[in-house]
Design a protein around this ligand. Structure first.
Ligand SMILES: NC(=O)c1ccc[n+]([C@@H]2O[C@H](COP(=O)([O-])OP(=O)(O)OC[C@H]3O[C@@H](n4cnc5c(N)ncnc54)[C@H](OP(=O)(O)O)[C@@H]3O)[C@@H](O)[C@H]2O)c1
Length: 287
């Protein structure tokens, strides 16, 4: 039976691990030809091999999304391999050390801006060049915690995602009648390296402790949001341009709380998240 993405070509940035890898695997399972990219050529080639071993039609290229020429080259690579682009997922993302804004080394703050903001801009405009010409396409931009407000001690990440949400909504409005669907997608808490390998400004490490419990309670393995990303990329969302979709709904939050004593029955994780916290020196002294 043909999969729901049969004959579609999808580009997934940050597809070498975590959520991006799970999205690549899910799209490929449904018949898509998939291009994955991340900064590390080694990780990309390892991920391509793993996906190919599962029967995926996949190719990969190293690409830093912060560099527009590299993103343009990624799109050309997709065309060379599979002839077209139907779906583009701006999934590559980073967070900065946990701590107050002025205490965070500026290079860490800048990395988040370069990847989450400039990278999403680069991926979006490059994808739109192809999508507008063919009058179709699905552009999916990853939102994240704080995308609708301010989150203390995570200001680089949360403010970058506010920007992504705003930019995505604006693109959707500007190209309303183009045939292209532009979506924002917040996958909720996903148990990936981003969640478990974290950095904190020295002295602020304890602020991350609640994450162990929060991720156990409300976190999902990456295959759960990947199924939602599959729905977003499918024809089921044709014409739903501008939708902002979130996995961590009020219902999910409440139902997991209610189900807390029966978590094993529902196959939800019962283990606290294992957190690796690396301390970084503050950029300023004082609290
Ligand atoms: N995990 C969560 O709980 C959660 C919650 C909400 C939203 N999200 C969003 O979901 C997306 C994926 O997160 P994740 O949890 O899967 O993170 P992850 O496990 O840390 O994976 C991030 C991926 O992005 C790549 N990457 C990072 N910077 C890049 C750059 N400049 N250019 C190209 N690739 C880059 C990484 O590979 P390289 O290091 O090789 O570049 C890796 O493949 C992010 O946008 C994140 O903000 C995650």
């Amino acid at each position: 039976m043909a999969g729901i993405l049969q004959d579609k070509v999808a580009v997934i940035t940050g597809g070498s691990r975590g959520l991006g890898y799970a999205i690549a695997e899910t799209y490929a399972r449904e018949g898509a030809q998939v291009i994955i990219a991340s900064r590390s050529a080694r990780s990309v080639s390892d991920a391509v091999k793993m996906l190919q071993a599962k029967g995926a039609q996949v190719a990969g290229q190293a690409c830093d999304v912060a560099e527009i020429q590299q993103v343009e080259s990624l799109a050309e690579f997709a065309i060379q391999n599979f002839g077209r682009i139907d779906i583009w997922v701006n999934n590559a993302g980073l967070s900065a050390p946990y701590g107050p804004s002025a205490h965070i080394p500026s290079s860490n703050f800048q990395n988040v801006i370069d990847t989450n903001i400039t990278g999403t801009y680069n991926g979006s405009v490059v994808a739109m060049r192809y999508f507008l010409a063919q009058k179709s396409g699905k552009l999916i931009n990853l939102l994240g915690r704080g995308d609708t407000g301010s989150i203390s001690f995570q200001s680089a990440y949360s403010s970058s995602k506010v920007w992504v949400r705003n930019f995505t909504k604006t693109l959707a409005k500007e190209y309303q009648k183009s045939g292209v669907d532009v979506f924002g997608f917040n996958p909720g808490l996903v148990r990936t390296e981003m969640l478990s390998n974290v950095h904190a400004v020295s002295g602020y490490e304890n602020g991350l402790n609640p994450l162990r419990f929060v991720a156990m309670l409300w976190g999902n393995d990456a295959d759960v949001p990947a199924e939602k990303a599959l729905w977003l990329a499918s024809s089921a969302t044709d014409g739903k341009n501008g939708s902002m979709v979130t996995v961590l709904t009020a219902w999910l939050i409440l139902s997991r709380l209610i189900a807390l004593p029966f978590r094993k029955l529902f196959n939800h994780s019962t283990e606290l998240l294992e957190l690796n916290i690396t301390s970084v020196e503050p950029a300023v002294s004082g609290d």
